[in-house]
Design a protein around this ligand. Structure first.
Ligand code: ADP
Ligand code: ASP
Ligand code: MG
Length: 835
């Protein structure tokens, strides 16, 4: 039989250890019902621990139910009786399901406990209040029931097993800083208990204990983990296994960050920080008995027992700058500000003394080096008390104006990034702040401990989820996730949606970019999807969608609390372009092949640019010129690197390029237009191409990128549409176009006579902006293009003798969509994706 260790209060780790004593702790999630108890028993029986101590929580939800019962009874709400019946039925049911025909004694035992509980609740109803001592006594009963259920079950299987009620042995002190164990008394009581119960297997209650005055108490919510560690120390165990419902400690709370990754190993220090700052998977005080003894803690999954779980030991495995991130909600920031504080010694001390006297615990502290203000984060529940304490403590200074204000900001969460690896490594804080900045999360206060194991930032709770996800992605623990909405699933939009869906898996796996398509809007209908549209978006849009409402569309994109939001506008609509500035100001990136913004009214264009500059959100529209060709990107690179654009020339219309490449006088011009239309090379109304306005728009876009304030009305445009046909219907136009055949034949003949060809060209230079049909020498670069190729030629100070040329297919939904997609990926890279 193992000995019981009798550690003295702050004794060093005992040298002798019964290595084969293992303490297992099962949380409520592992013992939700009879089926789970059976599973737990199997797990335990399959092990050959020489001594096996199993600490159990209450069945899932039972602690909450007991607290609820006590509250209801104290309020004398009749409901408590029904709830009491339900809770007893749940336990009786579990006993019968577990023990079958041998359940009798256990059910009797349970009935007796529940009868006692009913007496206590009845008394509460009479006195009409809920004393803390009674609440403590009631809320820990679930563990008592649970330990007996498992113990009786193991005994029923013929196992040599004792049930240990921790209230009989564990003596603790509940102070302001948590719960301290009276090791000496506890060990003595356990030794006595052990003499009477020398069994190899022990099932013990978690959570409950007694205080030094012998009153029943608890170790605080989630305290069974701590019970596990305390019993591991008292039994001098070699290991503590904490069994729960996840594969170990994860890099973040999986309910907030589903992509959180499992951590193989953590140091005690890391686990302490994570637990203290809210990682619910292990109670913060669990580490202290383990640290003193060098006891390994292994967090494991009852539902996946073959998984090795997370090992928490003294070893520091420095992997990555940070291991995990946590969020603590329900906090407030308290700020004391005053010029009279500068250089005055003892101010911080007075702040903390005042808070301590008001029994306010301080979660986080930060002070600027100017000493102009001291800021601390406190629990929301204690916030008003804390503020009043400071107002009182500094009343004198406030009166004299040496302290200007004591300010309280409610609704705050603290995001903590934890890892031993950040010590001595520059740039970790920068990475955190950058991720938060990009996700448009405002930081209220910052603190970094000098251990450099934790950086904490206080943020508005409304942004907390987004902040956690952004930071998680920023540290490469999960993909950079974008909440994506597409407007206008027409030709280009549809091709883009197809390309996006086809690339998604690859981007996620290789580049860690998650472009989550959450909204698609056509002119009339829109589809909003919480989790992301997978599979056939066409069918989904045709299915139960709703009328398009771009306000709701935008709100939906932002509602997911994903770090980034992106709208891809594939409509040609000016109304949609009117919204860009608002979107950008709200931090939503905008990518578009729609020329309305780039070439439309200058004030709108300027507002868009300014909104993007102010918020940091990106506005990209590469596909507005030359479809997928890198025209705007090239121009931006030239300008950004300090080059000066002297002239831009080019053929910007695939349709007009094709028409004049083909036009050799054999086939009349009007017939070529009809052919082009038949092959889908033109807009449905070919006048949109022939008028030259589209080309002029592209020239405006390039001119603005090159730094000129050009508008459409400044461009001289030669329209190829005869005056008389401008107002006609499309059919009348097509029918009447042969009237111009002779004119074109004549212009071609004249050009040929001069050894030249006809091309529809755009030109921006010091002489202004023109778009029209010109004669070019047959040897000119523009004279020898293929089919619908576009060409753009930049003459700059650097590329002066020999201009820089971008050339290639410049039309078609596929290549245009690819251009849009490339912009989307550039946005992703800008947000930290590794492509
Ligand atoms: P138990 O009943 O086993 O004690 P808890 O609900 O107390 O279980 O704790 C486990 C839960 O903690 C997990 O289901 C998970 O949702 C949550 N959790 C929060 N943060 C983390 C984290 N960083 N790693 C793992 N789990 C976490
Ligand atoms: N049952 C207790 C609670 O719910 C203790 C625990 O499960 O750790 O807080
Ligand atoms: Mg727990």
């Amino acid at each position: 039989m193992s000995s019981v260790a009798v550690p003295v209060a702050d004794s060093p780790a005992p040298v002798l250890r019964a290595a084969s004593t293992v303490v297992h702790k099962f949380g409520g999630t592992s013992v939700a019902d009879a089926e789970r108890y059976r599973h737990v028993a199997q797990l335990l029986l399959a092990r050959d621990d020489a001594v096996q101590v199993t600490v159990v929580s209450a069945m899932k939800g039972v602690t909450d139910a007991l607290i609820g019962l006590a509250g209801l009874a104290a309020d004398d709400a009749p409901q408590w009786r029904d709830d009491w019946h339900a809770l007893r039925a749940r336990h009786r049911g579990a006993a019968v399901a577990l023990l079958g025909e041998h359940a009798g004694p256990t059910v009797e035992w349970l009935d007796a406990r529940f009868a006692q509980l009913a007496d206590v609740l009845g008394a509460l109803a009479v006195i009409g209040e809920l004393p803390a001592e009674v609440l403590d006594r009631v809320q820990g009963l679930g563990e008592v029931y649970s330990a007996h259920l498992l113990g009786h079950y193991l005994q029923g299987l013929g196992e040599d097993c004792a049930v240990l009620d921790a209230r009989d042995v564990l003596v603790v002190d509940r102070g302001e800083l948590g719960v301290d164990v009276d090791w000496v008394q506890s060990a003595q009581r356990l030794a006595t208990w052990r003499q009477a119960h020398p069994q190899r297997r022990v099932v013990a209650t978690g959570f409950v204990a007694r205080d030094r005055r012998d009153r029943i108490t608890t170790l605080g919510r989630n305290g069974s983990d701590y019970s596990g560690a305390i019993f591991a120390a008292l039994f001098n165990a070699g290991e503590l296994h904490i069994w729960t419902d996840v594969d170990g400690v994860l890099s973040a709370d999986p309910r907030v960050v589903p992509e959180a990754v499992q951590l193989e190993a953590l140091s005690y220090d890391e686990a302490c920080e994570l637990a203290y700052f809210g990682a619910k998977v292990v109670h913060p005080q669990t580490m202290s008995p383990a640290i003193e003894r060098g006891l390994p803690i292994i967090i494991r999954n009852t539902f996946n027992p073959d998984h090795p779980g997370t090992r928490i030991t003294a070893d520091r495995t420095v992997a990555g700058p940070i291991k995990g991130l946590t969020l603590s909600p329900d906090l407030a920031v308290l700020n004391l500000e005053g010029t009279g504080l500068i250089g005055v010694p003892g101010t911080a001390e007075r702040v903390f003394a005042a808070l301590r006297n008001a029994h306010v615990s301080v979660v986080m502290i930060s002070q600027g080096s100017s000493e102009h203000s001291i800021c601390c984060v406190v629990r929301q529940a204690e916030a008003l008390r804390a503020r009043d304490a400071l107002l009182q403590a500094f009343a004198h200074e406030l009166g004299l104006g040496q302290v200007q204000r004591v300010q309280l900001t409610d609704n705050v969460s603290v995001l903590a990034a934890v890892g031993d690896g950040m010590a001595g490594q520059p740039g970790v804080a920068a990475r955190l702040f950058e991720s938060l900045g990009r996700a448009q999360v405002n930081i209220l206060a910052i603190a970094q401990g000098s251990s450099e194991r934790n950086i904490s930032v206080a943020v508005d709770s409304r942004h907390a989820t987004k902040a956690l996800r952004a930071a998680h992605a920023g540290f490469w623990l999960s993909p950079q996730t974008f909440s994506v909405g597409v407007i206008g699933p027409g030709n280009v939009g549809a091709a883009l949606l197809d390309q996006l869906q086809a690339a998604q898996a690859h981007l996620l796996g290789r580049a860690k970019v998650d472009l989550r398509l959450r909204a698609v809007a056509s002119r009339s209908r829109m589809l909003l999807d919480q989790r992301g549209v997978h599979g056939d978006w066409r069918a989904a849009l045709a299915g139960p969608s709703q009328p398009t409402d771009l306000e709701a569309f935008t709100a939906h994109l932002l509602s997911a609390h994903l770090p980034h939001a992106l709208i891809i506008d594939c409509s040609g609509s000016a109304d949609v372009a009117d919204r860009y500035a608002g979107w950008l100001a709200a931090g939503i990136h905008v990518v578009t092949p729609n020329k309305q913004a780039g070439a439309g009214p200058l004030p709108r264009y300027t507002a868009i640019r300014e909104a993007a500059a102010a918020s940091g959100a990106r506005f990209r529209y590469e596909a507005t010129v030359g479809a997928g060709l890198p025209v705007i990107t090239t121009l931006r690179d030239l300008v950004d690197t300090g080059d000066e654009v002297l002239a831009i020339d080019g053929i910007f219309s695939g349709t007009l390029a094709w028409l004049f490449n083909m036009y050799d006088g054999q086939v009349p011009f009007s017939q070529l237009v009809a052919q082009a239309r038949g092959m889908g090379y033109t807009e449905p109304d070919p006048r949109d191409d022939l008028s030259g306005v589209d080309v002029a728009r592209k020239l405006v876009i390039l001119a603005r990128e090159a730094g000129r304030e050009l508008s459409l009305e400044h461009v001289q445009v030669e329209s190829l549409v005869p005056e008389v046909l401008r107002q006609a219907s499309v059919e009348d136009f097509m029918g009447g176009l042969d009237a111009v055949d002779a004119v074109f034949a004549e212009r071609l003949a004249q050009a040929r006579a001069r050894g030249a060809v006809l091309r529809y060209v755009a030109r921006l230079s010091d002489a202004g902006a023109q778009v029209g049909l010109v004669e070019l020498p047959a040897t000119h670069a523009f004279a020898n293009l293929r089919l619908t190729d576009n060409v753009v030629q930049f003459t700059t100070r650097r590329y002066c003798e020999n201009p820089l040329v971008v050339q290639g297919p410049g039309a078609g939904p596929e290549v245009t969509a690819a251009g849009v997609f490339a912009d989307v990926l550039r946005v992703a890279v800008g947000e930290g994706a590794r492509l």
